[in-house]
Design a protein around this ligand. Sequence first.
Ligand code: MG
Length: 325
Amino acid sequence: MKIDMSYGSGGKQTGNLINDIFLKHFDNKTLNKLEDAAVLNVSGNIAYTTDSFVVTPLFFRGGDIGKLAICGTVNDLSMMGAVPKYLTAGFIIEEGAEIETIDTIAQSMAQAAMEAGVKIVAGDTKVIEGKGGIYINTSGIGEIIKPGISISNCHEGDVIILSGYLGEHHAAILSSRMGIENSIASDCAPLSSIVKSLIDENINVRCMRDVTRGGLATVLNEAAEHSGCAIEICEEDIPVSKEVQGFCDILGLDPLYMANEGKMIAVVPVQEADKALGIIRDNKYGKNAAVIGRMMGGKGVILKTRLQGTRSIDVLYGEGLPRIC
Ligand code: MG
């Protein structure tokens, strides 16, 4: 069955869509009440964010738009030292979309939300003319458990840890669009458990960022600029899988600028770097974590190459890959 404009009427068909798909999968006391707004119990300072997801294709190796929509918002909340608690989900669905596809996406969202420990407590559905496209906006709030974590809080001497292999999401989407056969899967994952462990173990985390659009190069430039430091990273320490590196070599891509959906950097004081690295590596989403560099006096981001040269790393210019998330 396909979606037609009647599903956006607010009447019978909209009700069916809500009951048969969204309430079935997202099932929780707050959402099930179907009030005009969710009433939530939160304490202390909250982090609050929103993100829209327009990825094409909707399904790719390692994930789909639904998983991405949950993990993206969960990760942004986590990076601020928050425990993600509640999400909203808004769907913009083009006429012609298969109802079964929406069901699969909602199921995937429910699964990701369960893993991340968040509840989807409010939502909205709109149907528009089109060719069967599906777009999702999620917003979320989380309770801050460690205040002060910030992109402008890095100090000279601090160490930068990257939680694993770069470029997997980007390479998976590109492979799928170009019809390239390989086994590269998106790294799409909730990072909330890594963050919770770092904070529970009293690591004095200065800054965290998930390494999404614009890649590691862009994230590091932001940290350097906002903290008034320079950053030096070592090429040979940056984790990239053989398969993604091979993919990049063929297509002339640089893993430093590729998007990820389940990777983060954590900037920590040098004395706590070993402990923090161990905590991240103990997590299933951080097995390949590595110390990749440090904050220094000065400006900009410098890469020490394998050949002992240096290269200045700028932010991503131009388009990158559109509709990657
Ligand atoms: Mg982010």
